[in-house]
Design a protein around this ligand. Structure first.
Ligand SMILES: NC(=O)C1=CN([C@@H]2O[C@H](COP(=O)(O)OP(=O)(O)OC[C@H]3O[C@@H](n4cnc5c(N)ncnc54)[C@H](O)[C@@H]3O)[C@@H](O)[C@H]2O)C=CC1
Ligand SMILES: N[C@@H](CC=O)C(=O)O
Ligand code: NA
Length: 444
């Protein structure tokens, strides 16, 4: 069979991995795909660096549109990133009748509906395994392997940079900034690392998984997004003393009224497998009604792990590109016409409707009655307390101001009720600093 001709847009961390792995494993990949997969041309603004990577192995140009206009190219692989030029190039490639592979979760979480619709109209495939949890085949698992199930919830560590930061801070007592620089050096972090540390990257991935799991459109704008920048090393330490680890989780859960879609740090019981996922590793737990709980673990970032997923998509396309369009696997797992006809779309719930339990750290003046006033407010709000811990009091500022951290663990409650109670507690004169709230997830 004729080789498929690939145009690679962007040959940075992931693009170079794709080039190298395809070259190294070309025979094995050809036997699996049934035809050779050839990188015909590479487009990168930095043509000198691109040439140094590909040597004589492919043509290098600066203008990505040259590849899209080339009738010999069957598949365009977008590895530039971002929502700007990448969106234009992907839509132009689709309009030109090219299949597309992308690792760009930001693009799909925000513009996925437009892109999938354009691809359906043109009869081409848009594949994106690398966009969620890098090398872990979680898209394939959710979309195909678990297709018999009514999926109940998905929870994962889906950002390597933040997991690396939290692990190194806990293990080695290193500072946040030092570890972030190391993650950037290792090629885990996004071009804009605030996307990692503020939870945006994880929310892009959770949004995509939510659409596939529950048959809803990609709706990044409805996701609750919270990163790790407000956590202190004291929280990491206290959590450990209480038998938990703090992880940045992406969670999407089916409830009768709708779908929860949220990213935030969470206390995970130390005995759970997810709590023991360390460094830049990713792990996703999926709970289906038939299969029960399943776990997917591996490298979610880095050059060759991510390339592994991009090439898997290329192999899928090589196998399917001559098939009737009706035989393509729907990108978001559900046939779009069945969704529209049945009106089965669940709404994404506001965060105030989410039900979970909490860890609260409250900096207070060490005076009689402080604890009673705080627990009184929680009780009035119907919030039941699981445990209270008072750290040793310390003198601050020399002039007899004695302060302490109160740690309160609660049972499940509605987030809206907790917001109102915390607003009241924050107003107490004996509460001396902004309250830290971390949700607690049992993951069962
Ligand atoms: N680095 C990682 O571990 C992972 C990255 N991704 C995603 O993969 C995509 C690529 O990421 P990286 O390889 O890390 O980025 P990178 O920044 O290392 O590479 C991007 C490349 O695109 C080139 N480029 C920028 N604008 C261009 C344009 N207009 N035309 C042609 N080339 C252009 C740059 O010169 C650079 O070589 C992003 O969407 C990212 O979110 C997904 C999973 C993991
Ligand atoms: N910046 C991301 C890269 C993969 O998607 C991460 O740290 O996980
Ligand atoms: Na993946």
């Amino acid at each position: 069979m004729k080789p498929i001709q690939v145009g690679l847009l962007g040959i940075g961390t992931v693009g170079s991995g794709v080039f190298n792995v395809l070259a190294r494993n070309q025979d094995e990949i050809r036997r699996r795909a049934g035809r050779a997969i050839q990188i015909a041309a590479v487009a990168d603004l930095d043509t000198a660096r691109a040439r140094a990577i590909v040597g004589e192995g492919a043509r290098v140009v600066a203008d990505a549109r040259e590849l899209i206009a080339n009738p010999d190219i069957d598949v365009v692989v977008e590895l530039i990133g971002g929502y700007g030029i990448a969106r234009a190039l992907v839509l132009e490639a689709i309009a030109a009748g090219k299949h597309v592979v992308t690792a760009n979760k930001a693009l799909l979480a925000v513009h996925g509906t437009e892109i999938f619709q354009a691809a359906a109209e043109r009869g081409v495939i848009v594949a994106f395994e690398a966009a969620v949890a890098g090398g872990i085949p979680i898209i394939k698992a959710l979309r195909e392997g678990l297709t018999a199930n009514q999926i109940q919830w998905v929870a994962g560590i889906i950002n390597g940079t933040t997991n690396f930061i939290l692990s190194e801070m806990r293990d080695k007592g290193l500072d946040f900034d030092v570890v972030l620089k190391e993650a950037q050096r290792l090629g885990y972090a996004e071009a804009d690392p605030t996307f990692d540390i503020e939870g945006v990257d994880a929310a892009h991935k959770a949004t995509i998984m939510s659409a596939i799991a529950f048959g809803i459109p990609v709706q990044f704008d409805k996701a609750h997004v919270e990163g790790i920048t407000k956590l202190s090393s004291a929280d990491i330490r206290y959590a450990e003393q209480l038998g938990y680890r703090i992880k940045l989780l992406g969670i999407t859960r089916r409830r009768a009224e709708g779908v929860e879609l949220r990213v935030h740090p969470a206390l995970v019981p130390a005995k759970r497998l997810l709590a023991n996922v360390e460094g830049a590793m990713n792990a996703v737990v999926v709970h289906g009604d038939a299969v029960g709980t399943t776990l997917y673990y591996g490298k979610g970032a880095g050059s060759e792990p991510t390339a592994s997923a991009v090439i898997a998509d290329l192999v899928d396309i090589a196998r399917l590109m001559d098939a009737d369009v009706a035989h393509h696997v729907p990108p978001l797992a559900f046939q779009s016409h069945t969704l529209a006809a049945a009106g089965t779309e669940l709404p994404v719930l506001p965060m105030s409707e989410v039900v979970t339990s909490y860890y609260l750290r409250i900096r207070v003046a060490d005076e009689a009655g402080v604890l009673a006033r705080i627990t009184g407010i929680l009780a009035d709000a119907g919030i039941s307390i699981d445990a209270v811990l008072q750290r040793e009091a310390e003198e601050v500022g020399g002039e007899g101001s004695v302060q302490t951290d109160l740690i309160i663990l609660t049972h499940d409650t509605r987030e809206g009720g907790m917001d109102a109670a915390l607003a009241q507690i924050q107003q107490l004169p004996t509460v001396l600093a902004p309250i830290t709230r971390v949700r607690k997830e049992a993951l069962s």
